[in-house]
Design a binder for this molecule. Structure first.
Ligand SMILES: Nc1ncnc2c1ncn2[C@@H]1O[C@H](COP(=O)(O)OP(=O)(O)O)[C@@H](O)[C@H]1O
Ligand SMILES: [Mg+2]
Length: 230
């Protein structure tokens, strides 16, 4: 596994929103390189553009200007159906608010992306069970989100993000709703994913979380104002 293999590259990335007569420059010329296997942090105050950057990297949104390459492919100008395939197979998202489906069990939540990807029932149940067990939830398969703690919910969400075996995990303040102990567990699990050669981008304004990363950037008003290693 080469540390120098580039997974994400952005060039002069802009995302502007028109609000009435005003233009909000949520991202204002971001040049970024992330390597395979990195645990990469994104810091910055509220409103600095962190989520906007993650949405663009994950193909949930398109830039106003600039380019993004992921695994050597330019995703910014892909047709909608190819972008959907990119989201489904190459990216896993983890959110601050978990975004689990409340009526589904842990197992069903993890199976869900595999249903969309047309994985056969037997195989997707096997894999969901395996992923949940890997997250320490082998004894919580039939629990619904409301019957789980915050830390357990986020671990279900990580298992779900891994369902279709993505190379890239994008986590937007995944510890924002967790107590500090559960938060540390979640960060350790995300960090462990990089050992299998996955790349993890984690947004956080918690210095303790950023201290665990290999490298980080700090955004301010849509621009990178700092790049470093903790
Ligand atoms: N869909 C949108 N429409 C208008 N403005 C937006 C939209 N999304 C984000 N913004 C604005 O862009 C800026 C960056 O937002 P965001 O990326 O969510 O910041 P962060 O995640 O760092 O808190 C903010 O000023 C926000 O209000
Ligand atoms: Mg945000």
């Amino acid at each position: 596994m080469s540390e120098q293999e580039i997974v994400i590259r952005t060039q002069n990335l802009h995302r502007h929103f028109r609000m009435g007569t005003e233009i909000v420059r949520a991202l204002n010329g971001v040049d970024l390189t992330v390597y395979r296997g990195e645990f990469f942090g994104v810091m910055g105050a509220s409103g600095s553009g962190k989520s906007t950057l993650l949405y663009l990297l994950g193909g949930l949104d398109r830039p106003t200007a600039g380019s993004i390459w992921v695994n050597g492919r330019e995703i910014t100008r892909l047709p909608e159906n190819e972008l959907a395939m990119y989201r489904r197979h190459e990216v896993g998202f983890v959110y601050q608010m978990f975004h689990l489906i409340p009526t589904m069990t842990a197992l069903q939540n993890v199976e869900f992306p595999m249903i969309i990807a047309r994985v056969r029932p037997k195989e997707r149940r096997r894999r969901a069970r395996e992923l949940l067990t890997m997250m320490g939830l082998g004894n919580r398969l039939r629990h619904k989100p409301i019957e789980l703690s915050g830390g357990q919910r986020q671990r279900v969400a990580i298992a779900r993000a891994l369902a279709n075996n993505p190379t890239l995990i994008l986590a937007d303040e995944p510890t924002g709703n967790l107590d500090s102990r559960s938060g540390r567990e979640v960060v350790a699990l995300l960090r462990d994913l990089t050992r299998q050669g996955r790349t993890v981008v984690i947004v956080s304004h918690d210095p303790e979380v950023i201290a665990q990363t290999d490298r980080f950037i700090r955004l301010h008003d849509g621009e990178i104002i700092e790049e470093g290693r903790p």
